[in-house]
Every structure is written in structure tokens, then in C-alpha cells.
Design a protein around this ligand. Structure first.
Ligand SMILES: Nc1nc2c(c(=O)[nH]1)N[C@H]1C(S)=C(S)[C@@H](COP(=O)(O)OP(=O)(O)OC[C@H]3O[C@@H](n4cnc5c(=O)[nH]c(N)nc54)[C@H](O)[C@@H]3O)O[C@H]1N2
Ligand SMILES: Nc1nc2c(c(=O)[nH]1)N[C@H]1C(S)=C(S)[C@@H](COP(=O)(O)OP(=O)(O)OC[C@H]3O[C@@H](n4cnc5c(=O)[nH]c(N)nc54)[C@H](O)[C@@H]3O)O[C@H]1N2
Ligand SMILES: [Mo]
Length: 766
């Protein structure tokens, strides 16, 4: 690499410490501290007046969808105080910031200077304002006009030997309209290379649920929480990542539901909650959320659920068939006998031991499961990011099926989605493995032959770029470098490209580790007014429960030079393919036109433009919700699943990479993880005190962490040890700092989701 090119070190955040402080983990989420924190972030980035205005329209019927998580809003009512939470406030503040990353900023800093800054610093620099280009061998981005940028991309794409040498990534904040246009452009160009953040997120859920219940999405509605008698939450930290879920759980408890949580960590939001918008809560005592906490070992979930299944089946036999829902099993499922047979090969004590959960707690959980008929199972990344992640979720389905807990009110599957429109993007066709029916419809409506061969997912795309098989990378949102596994390897993959393009709102590390030529295309954010031909447009999104609704930005754009995502895709379409047969201009002049096409291509969007104008939007069809299972067998399928197999040697640990309270994925809002009592530092490793003693480390010791997979050693340097209540042989670090340790070739079977919650590591005093 020549001296002028980017230094190899730009790929990770600097290893200097920022000054760790710790306290006891909190036992109550929300409350006054949540309000104080919201206000601090809003005033710091936006100022009080504009900030308050922005917050009041979050998740309102006529406002914009919160750019944070994908938790649903109530169907008919909205809080007059704004339907937002502390972390929603941070997400809005981050986007609405008044600071700017403009051409003068890029003139001031070289790529290497920016590379030496932390992710926190990069994000706090402000909003991107102009399209910028980084020419080969240069150290500074320079302004480029929009038409020149589109020509440059079209030229690079047209030079490829085949369209399959291009990778078109999507992050889950993209609207339905932008996503639909994007996949159309990519397929018209001639490839299905549409990896997305979902590949690293809930892909394992999609795969498992499609196979077992016939739809890759959850089956419950928000109202089901208030009809459930048992809610199980596993592998999820809602207090931080889906704070509005706590409101639903609080209400569910008032309606009589019991709540069981399964997690290696006693996450604060799951312990107690005070609703920051309810005066009675603020003045009175907090609601205890969890009735029973099962402290599981990382990746011990299949073992735990198998133990529960066995114990329930035994109890059922003893009770003469009163515990399981035999009528449901007979009428609606396939494979029950095979499951019973398979379970005979396990014994309960060994399963319980492998799960790490104390036996009396397992028994308590089984007692609840025996009594309760309407069960909802919620989960997130703690279950989807393991080698046997698909097994994790299929095993959950086994549990729900024996209890007949799906396809009726108050019961079902609830994979809690991450990005606010990640589910909608998939519905729109952002998928490297599109269904035949979808492509057939595309062909019928647009009159071209879409490619039929499956494209590359995230892990495959990294490999292709590293190996020279892919040469152009385009990212519609996201931060591919830092979100992907194996940061050093992914960096080489991106640097191997001829061109990398990032459509972004904020500066991130993917702008600093680039192909030979790089483009930044700055776009409008969710909160901003989007006008086309002088008329304000709205976009649409789909939440975790399959509700499609409007989102209308109301803030003036951060810069007059920003384009909306649909406009960027349409302009690229024109430069690459021309304005015929697909009339890109017509589609973006009024987003209703895009929605008319979506309606023609995708089932469930009948009368889209009318129904999406109804307050609260509309539900998409969901077979599993109705008890109709569109699987190969025509029934809900029981499956046979594998236990995790980590033979940890002495000195080895299983590490999960998790989110702190002050981040949204790779966007770092602040340096605190308030609920866990960790302040002003992200380079920490949470360890069990007994393990610390055995390893010969004490609190605040500096360690290097090593992972070794398929004989390749990876090292993450300079982490501070924090003693924490976590099961033995389990440790935790934050994502993305620890992504250098996630092997690109260690991913979930069937879904290819990187196993970023089960990395085998050793810990070494630095
Ligand atoms: N504020 C904020 N909101 C967010 C995000 C954010 O970064 N910040 N990210 C968004 C996105 S894209 C997503 S996908 C979601 C992520 O939401 P979560 O899945 O809640 O996020 P993680 O921090 O990855 O937390 C994983 C949880 O699983 C637990 N866990 C880890 N391994 C295991 C295991 O083997 N078994 C069990 N039972 N539990 C385990 C961890 O202790 C942790 O509590 O949140 C979304 N919302
Ligand atoms: N080790 C480890 N790795 C993980 C995970 C983990 O738990 N552990 N989690 C995985 C998960 S669940 C996910 S979803 C992925 C996340 O992967 P990504 O979605 O790729 O990453 P984000 O950090 O959400 O992307 C942030 C960037 O998106 C851009 N952005 C924000 N809003 C907008 C917008 O409205 N439009 C556009 N065009 N750009 C916008 C900003 O420039 C910002 O810098 O990471 C995965 N990686
Ligand atoms: Mo995610």
C-alpha cells in the first residue's frame, strides 16, 4: 500500500482508555434518570426548542417513526407526551444534531487522522452535508456533484465482468419505498447480491420460523401481551434496546401475566421499571418486571428448553394428558412422535447442568409452564448469534407447540426486531434469496427477467470482496465495516474493491476504510421533511408485529444538498439503466407511485395508499397468527435440535458481544452503560469474580483477548477487567470494539449469522 493510501489501522477504534468508573448495577430502569439522560442528549445535540418539537412527533399518527428500534406502537392510542423512550430520544438527537460534517471538515482532516479517532468522536462530528469523493491514493475527501457521483457509480458498475461482481448492502433503517426501488434497480441490473444487516441479526429467526410455522416473522400483536398468562424473554435486553417494550410488559403484568427471563446477565430493565411518562410511577414504587430469572450460561438455551420439554412431557404423562395441548398437537402439527423419541436420548440432570441454571429455578419455570396456557416467547440477539442459533429458535417453537401456544390470542412467537424497518426491507425484497413468486411478480409488473440465482449474504459478500470476486460495494445505510465480523478481514475486503459507496447520514468507519475510490452520498434522515416537486412526501415502515404505517419527517433538512434515499436510488437507476422501461422519475415525483407498484408486486398491500393513510396503518397477513401454517407439510413442524457443543479447555471462555446503554449498533451516543454501572469506558470485559481469581486478574487489570478459530488467532488489545455477576466461563464485551475477534467463518448453520455471541477466547494480562 502506498504511503498516500489509508493506513491499515483505520479499521478499529483506538485502544486508548477513556477513564473507567464503575458502580453497582442499577435495579430499576426508566424513572427520573431516563428523563435526565434524554434531555441531556437532546439539548446537547439540538437545543431545547427544536428538540422538544422533534420528540413530540415521534411515533405519533402524523409524525415520524422513531429511528431507534422496531418495537410496535399501540394500534389506536398514542401518548400525548410523545411515544418515545430514553434511547429513542438519543436516536433522534443523534440525527437532529446541529453539527455538520461539511467539505471544510474533510479539508481539515485526512483519512488517517479521522481513522485515529474513536467511533464516538466520528459520530459526534455531525451530519454529512455534501456528496464527497475520495480519489485513488488521496487522503482527503473532496466535494463531487450529484450527477458526477451517479455517473461514476454507473461507470464502475458497467465495467464489471458480470453484475454479480457488485454487492448492494442495506441497513434496516431504509424505508419501504427506498428498499423497493433499490431491489428493483439491483435486479434490473442483473444480480441478487442484496446482503443486509438482517443477515447478522434475525436471519436465524427467519430461517427457523419459516421452516416450523411457515412465516419468517413473529406471530403476536402488541395486544396479545395483555392477554398472555406467561411471557418468556430470552436473549434480549429490552431496558436498553427496546425500552418501550417495558411499558407493554408493565401493562401485561397488571393484566396478570407472569414473566420469566432467561439471560446470562440480570439485565436492569428486566428487574424493575418506572415508566418515565407516568406520574404515579415516578412518585411511587417501580414495577417488578421479572417473576423468575434463569441465569443461563451463554448458549445453554437448547439444553434448558430440552430439559423443560422433557419435564413437561413427563408431567403430562403422569397427569393423564392434562399438561400438553393434545388437541392442538393432533390437529395442527407434524413430527411430535419423532420429537418424543429423540428426547428419550437425553437425561434431565445433564441438560440442566449444561444450561447452567440452578435446578430449583428450572423446576419453578416448569411449574409455570404447566399451569399456563397462553404463552408468548420473546427473543433477540442472545439467541440468534450462535453456531446453533437456528436450533435455539426451533426449540422455542417446539415448546410453544406442545402447549398449543401459537395461532390464538395471547400466545405465539415474538422475535423482537432491531432496526426500525429491518422487517419491512425484507418484505420489500431486500433478500439475497428471493422467493420465486416474488420474482415472477416483478417480471410480470416490470417486464424484465430478474436473475433467478441466489445472491450473496453478508458473510459471503465479505469473502467475495476479499477474494477479488466482487469489486464494487454499495451500502444503503449502515456501517458495513464495523457491524461485520472479523473487522481486520472485512477491512481488507473493502479495500480490495475498486469502488465503495456509502449512502449515509452520519460519518462512520466505513467511510475511512474504503475501496480505491470511495463515495459518500449524504441523505435525509427519518426526522427530516422530504419534499419532491414541492410536495411533502411520507414513507412507510413495518414494525416487529407486521404493522405497516406512515412516517413523515417534519424537521428542515440538515443541508440543502441532501437527497432522499428513494431519490438517490432513482437517480442511480437513471444513470445506470436509463429512464425506460422503468420510469424512475415518475416513481419518485410522488411516493404514492412507488406504493402503487409495491401493491402490484407484493401480496398483502392491497389498497396500500388508502390503507396506509388510516391512522396507525394496517396489519400484513400472517398465517401463523391465524393458526394457518404454510410449511412444506402444511402443518406446524416439530424439529430435532442440537445442543451447543463447546468443549471449553481450562483458561478458555465463551464471550458474547453486546450493546451498552449508550449506543445504537455502531453509533456510540455516549460512553456510559448506566444500568450495568459501567461509566466512561467501552473497552471493558465483564468477568465472573471466581474466573478472575483463577485467571489471576483483578478489577481494572488491562488484558488482551485472543480468539482462535480454525487455527487462526485474532487479538483485541487493551481491555479493562470489570467483575460482574455472570455465569462461570462466560464473559462479555461490547460490539463493535470486540468484532476483531469474531471469526468470519464461524457462523450459524442454515442462516449464516455470525456467531458473535459465542466466541471462544482466552484472556491475557497485557
Ligand atoms: N438503544 C439501542 N436500541 C437498539 C439497538 C442498539 O444498539 N441500541 N440495536 C437494535 C438492533 S439492530 C437489534 S438487533 C436489537 C438488539 O437487541 P438485544 O438482542 O437486546 O441486544 P444485545 O445487546 O445484543 O443483547 C443480547 C442479550 O442477550 C443476552 N445473551 C447473550 N448470549 C445469550 C445466550 O446464549 N442465551 C441467552 N438466553 N441470552 C444471551 C445478553 O446478556 C443480552 O442481554 O436492538 C435494537 N435496538
Ligand atoms: N459483534 C457483533 N456484531 C454485530 C452485532 C452484535 O450483536 N455483535 N449485531 C449485528 C446486528 S443485530 C446488526 S442489525 C448489525 C447493524 O449493522 P448496520 O445496520 O450496518 O450498522 P449501524 O451501526 O446500525 O449503521 C449506522 C450507520 O447508518 C447510517 N444511517 C443512520 N440512519 C440512516 C438513514 O436514515 N439512512 C441512511 N442511508 N443511513 C443512515 C449512519 O451513517 C450510521 O453511521 O450489526 C451486527 N453486528
Ligand atoms: Mo439488528
Amino acid at each position: 500500500m502506498s504511503k498516500e493510501e489509508q493506513s491499515a489501522e483505520n479499521f478499529q477504534t483506538p485502544t486508548e482508555f477513556t477513564g473507567l468508573k464503575t458502580s453497582k448495577p442499577k435495579d430499576t430502569a426508566g424513572g427520573l434518570p431516563a428523563i435526565v439522560s434524554s434531555i441531556k442528549h437532546i439539548i446537547g445535540e439540538v437545543g431545547l426548542k427544536q428538540g422538544t418539537k422533534s420528540m413530540l412527533s415521534v411515533n405519533q399518527m402524523n409524525g415520524y417513526d422513531c429511528p431507534g428500534c422496531a418495537w410496535p406502537d399501540p394500534d389506536h392510542e398514542r401518548s400525548g407526551l410523545g411515544e418515545f423512550c430514553e434511547n429513542g430520544a438519543k436516536a433522534v438527537a443523534e440525527e437532529a444534531t446541529t453539527r455538520k460534517v461539511d467539505p471544510a471538515f474533510f479539508k481539515k482532516y485526512t483519512i488517517d487522522q479521522l481513522g485515529s479517532k474513536s467511533d464516538y468522536w466520528l459520530g459526534k462530528s455531525g451530519r454529512l452535508t455534501h456528496p464527497m469523493v475520495l480519489k485513488p491514493g488521496q487522503q482527503h475527501y473532496e466535494p463531487i456533484s450529484w450527477p458526477d457521483a451517479f455517473q461514476l457509480i454507473a461507470h464502475s458498475l458497467n465495467k464489471l465482468n458480470t453484475p454479480d461482481e457488485a454487492v448492494f448492502y442495506t441497513s434496516g433503517r431504509t424505508s419501504n419505498e427506498a428498499a423497493f426501488l433499490y431491489q428493483l434497480l439491483v435486479r434490473k441490473f442483473g444480480t441478487n447480491n442484496l446482503p443486509d444487516c438482517s443477515n447478522m441479526c434475525h436471519e436465524s429467526s427467519g430461517v427457523a420460523l419459516s421452516e416450523t410455522v411457515g412465516i419468517g416473522k413473529g406471530s403476536v400483536k402488541l395486544d396479545d401481551f395483555y392477554k398472555a398468562d406467561l411471557i418468556i424473554i430470552s436473549g434480549q435486553n429490552p431496558g436498553t434496546n427496546h425500552p418501550r417494550m417495558l411499558t407493554a410488559l408493565q401493562k401485561a403484568k397488571k393484566e396478570g401475566a407472569k414473566i420469566v427471563t432467561i439471560n446470562p446477565l440480570r439485565e436492569t430493565g428486566l428487574v424493575k421499571f418506572k415508566h418515565p411518562q407516568h406520574l404515579t410511577d415516578m412518585l411511587g414504587s417501580a414495577t417488578a418486571i421479572t417473576d423468575l430469572f434463569l441465569p443461563i450460561k451463554i448458549n445453554g438455551d437448547v439444553a434448558l428448553i430440552k430439559a423443560m420439554l422433557k419435564l413437561l412431557i413427563e408431567a403430562d404423562q403422569k397427569s393423564g394428558g392434562k399438561i400438553l395441548d393434545h388437541e392442538f398437537i393432533k390437529a395442527n402439527t407434524h413430527g411430535f412422535e419423532t420429537l418424543l423419541d429423540d428426547l428419550k436420548s437425553y437425561d434431565v440432570p445433564s441438560l440442566i447442568k449444561q444450561s447452567g441454571v440452578p435446578e430449583d429455578k428450572v423446576m419453578e419455570a416448569v411449574t409455570l409452564l404447566k399451569e399456563k396456557k397462553n404463552i408468548i416467547f420473546c427473543w433477540a440477539m442472545g439467541l440468534t448469534q450462535h453456531k446453533n442459533a437456528v436450533d435455539n429458535i426451533r426449540e422455542i417453537v417446539n415448546l410453544l407447540l406442545i402447549k398449543g401456544s401459537i395461532g390464538k390470542p395471547g400466545a405465539g412467537t415474538c422475535p423482537v426486531r432491531g432496526h426500525s424497518n429491518v422487517q419491512g426491507d425484507r418484505t420489500m425484497g431486500i433478500w439475497e434469496k428471493p422467493k420465486k413468486a416474488f420474482l415472477d411478480n416483478l417480471q410480470k409488473v416490470f417486464g424484465f427477467d430478474p436473475p433467478r440465482e441466489h445472491g450473496m449474504d453478508t458473510v459471503e459478500a465479505i469473502g467475495a470482496m476479499a477474494g477479488g470476486g466482487a469489486k464494487v460495494f454499495i451500502g444503503l445505510g449502515g456501517n458495513f465495516l464495523s457491524a461485520s465480523p472479523d473487522t481486520a478481514y472485512t477491512a481488507k475486503a473493502l479495500q480490495n474493491c475498486d469502488l465503495t459507496v456509502q449512502v449515509s447520514t452520519k460519518l462512520n468507519r466505513s467511510h475511512l476504510v474504503t475501496g480505491k475510490t470511495a463515495l459518500i452520498l449524504p441523505c435525509l434522515g427519518r426526522t427530516e421533511r422530504d419534499r419532491q416537486n414541492g410536495v411533502t412526501q411520507f414513507v412507510t415502515v413495518e414494525n416487529s408485529t407486521g404493522v405497516v404505517h406512515q412516517s413523515t419527517g417534519n424537521k428542515p433538512p440538515a443541508s440543502p444538498d441532501l437527497l432522499s434515499e428513494p431519490k438517490i436510488v432513482a437517480e442511480l437507476g437513471k444513470a445506470l439503466i436509463g429512464n425506460s422501461p422503468i420510469d424512475w422519475d415518475q416513481m419518485v415525483e410522488n411516493y404514492d407511485n412507488i406504493r402503487d407498484y409495491i401493491e402490484k408486486v407484493i401480496p398483502g398491500f392491497e389498497d396500500y395508499n388508502v390503507r396506509v393513510r388510516n391512522p396507525g396503518g394496517f396489519y400484513l397477513p400472517n398465517g401463523a397468527r391465524e393458526g394457518v401454517f404454510k410449511t412444506i407439510t402444511g402443518k406446524a413442524n416439530f424439529t430435532i435440535n442440537r445442543l451447543a457443543s463447546h468443549d471449553l479447555k481450562a483458561g478458555e471462555f465463551i464471550m458474547m458481544t453486546i450493546r451498552s446503554h449508550d449506543q445504537f449498533n455502531t453509533t456510540i451516543y455516549g460512553l456510559n452503560d448506566r444500568y450495568r454501572g459501567i461509566y466512561n469506558e467501552r473497552r471493558v470485559i465483564l468477568m465472573n469474580p471466581d474466573d478472575m481469581r483463577d485467571t489471576g486478574v483483578v478489577a481494572n487489570d488491562v488484558v488482551n483477548i485472543k480468539s482462535c478459530f480454525n487455527n487462526v488467532e485474532r487479538v483485541a488489545e487493551q481491555f479493562l477487567v470489570v467483575p460482574y455477576e455472570i455465569p462461570p466461563q462466560c464473559v462479555a464485551t461490547y460490539f463493535p470494539e470486540a468484532n476483531v475477534l469474531v471469526p468470519v467463518d464461524n457462523f450459524a448453520d442454515h442462516s449464516h449469522t455470525p456467531a458473535s455471541k459465542s466466541i471462544i477466547v482466552t484472556i491475557h494480562k497485557a
